[in-house]
Write a protein that binds this ligand. Sequence first.
Ligand SMILES: Nc1ccn([C@@H]2O[C@H](COP(=O)(O)OP(=O)(O)OP(=O)(O)O)[C@@H](O)[C@H]2O)c(=O)n1
Ligand SMILES: C/C(=C\CO)CCC[C@H](C)CCC[C@H](C)CCCC(C)C
Length: 220
Amino acid sequence: MLARMTPLSLTPTFSLLLHRHRRLVHSSSPSFTPVAAAGGALLQDAGATAAVLAGAYCLVLAFETLTEREVIKQNLSRKLVHISSGLLFAISWPIFSTSKEARYFASLVPLVNCLRLVIYGLSLAPDDGLIKSVTREGNPEELLRGPLYYVLILIFCSLVFWRESPVGVITLAMMCAGDGVADIMGRRFGSVKLPYNQQKSWVGSISMFIFGFLISIGYV
Ligand SMILES: Nc1ccn([C@@H]2O[C@H](COP(=O)(O)OP(=O)(O)OP(=O)(O)O)[C@@H](O)[C@H]2O)c(=O)n1
Ligand SMILES: C/C(=C\CO)CCC[C@H](C)CCC[C@H](C)CCCC(C)C
């Protein structure tokens, strides 16, 4: 089934962006050279990395603030960061250039967040806000489990699959939307548990597949 899917880079949205980008580069510079194009791509990727890094920082900060002001509970904040950060990260991929290096620039965003989690997870520096918004019980060591594995998967998907294969975005859709919604629905309506795992419910598991599938279709 995957083999028959249109590669992400060739879907209408992506090819339109690519076409516009090429037209812009050619029309704005009559003396167009490959060196100028490479410089343009580098600049575009550096700008996109800075913008997505700022977006990631603001997203975590927004949830820190909401949790600190007790607008939402810590557990809900953690799940909402879980659902939104990976999905928004994948949505940001088209703003990177079509160069070979673009995926390395994009993966800098989860890499920086990975370093952040390691630094605060090992308590090398304090960051109560981050701990409140992305952990379950408020222990710094928790940053080194779920959140750290999460950003490692973001790095892996951007480096290995990038926009060339739908496998990366499907993985992210299942991990972010599927797993996140399973938690929210399962806790609320999941009284009937799976026979082989009393921690998971039928409602949670079915919601995971439905939401993961729907978001995957949206991306592909
Ligand atoms: N298939 C699932 C998955 C989750 N849940 C509900 O969601 C809670 C949290 O599940 P999960 O996200 O898998 O576990 P966490 O320990 O929170 O793991 P993570 O760090 O990945 O969020 C479970 O206790 C359960 O109530 C469920 O009912 N059915
Ligand atoms: C709470 C989490 C997992 C546990 O289930 C997720 C932790 C997420 C990180 C702390 C922040 C990750 C940010 C992303 C790399 C980039 C988001 C970019 C976007 C444009 C907002």
